[in-house]
Design a protein around this ligand. Structure first.
Ligand code: HQG
Length: 187
């Protein structure tokens, strides 16, 4: 059984982080030719994966994340791009609340600066606190879930995008729209 998680990580490298290093050009929505990606898969993992494996890895990860999308002969990462990639998405109206899982160590800085996208193009927000918790747990055992008053931020002019069922994206979230645990305990 080929290791599809490894293949998915390779796709992430190509489609989110280092396309140019693999002679791949992404358009403004992050799409590129699936054939070009398949060529790179064959080059870096000769004889390991079939084209069907590529389609399967692109469809849905073992953890239920829909990281990639294939439309016709084109493929893209739906979210998660590095800060150097400029991907555009249509703006959407978010729900009243979205959630962000982070580390206790980052709290002081977030209180001061708000949520900043760091090495990615966008800040990633989750629809439910449990999912946010698992996103934060990738970084630390000391996870804190923040509640973002997304609709209020949207009405104040901050753009939100929804590239995939479980994630919303925003360029940044100022502290004024974030409910920290101490606020939530009091509410
Ligand atoms: C933190 C996964 C200090 C932020 C997930 C996070 C997600 C600040 C870290 C996707 C800060 C960035 C993205 C500030 C934010 N000061 N720290 N002002 N503002 N941070 O990995 O949200 O498995 O770039 O809280 O499901 O953890 O890759 O973002 O801890 O959707 O498909 O800076 O990655 O998807 O870390 O995760 P990341 P993230 P995949």
């Amino acid at each position: 059984m080929p290791n599809l998680t490894k293949l998915s990580k390779f796709l992430s490298l190509l489609l989110r982080h280092r396309a140019a290093d693999f002679d791949i050009t992404l358009d403004s929505e992050g799409f590129t030719d699936t054939d070009a990606v398949w060529e790179q898969v064959q080059k870096h993992y000769p004889g390991v994966y079939t084209y069907k494996d590529l389609l399967q890895a692109a469809e849905e990860g073992a953890d239920g994340k829909k990281r990639y999308e294939i439309v016709g002969r084109r493929i893209r990462a739906r979210y998660g791009h590095s800060a150097v990639q400029t991907i555009t998405y249509p703006p959407v109206t978010p729900p009243e609340y979205l959630y962000h899982g982070t580390t206790r160590e980052a709290l002081d800085s977030i209180r001061e600066q708000g949520l900043i996208s760091q090495n990615r193009q966008f800040v990633h927000l989750s629809l439910d606190p449990d999912w946010a918790q698992s996103v934060g747990a990738r970084h630390s055992k000391n996870t804190v879930v923040l509640r973002v008053r997304a609709l209020e931020a949207h009405l104040a002019g901050h753009a939100f995008h929804h590239p995939e069922p479980k994630h919303y994206l925003a360029l940044s979230i100022p502290p004024a729209f974030i409910d920290f645990p101490e606020t939530l305990r009091g509410s």
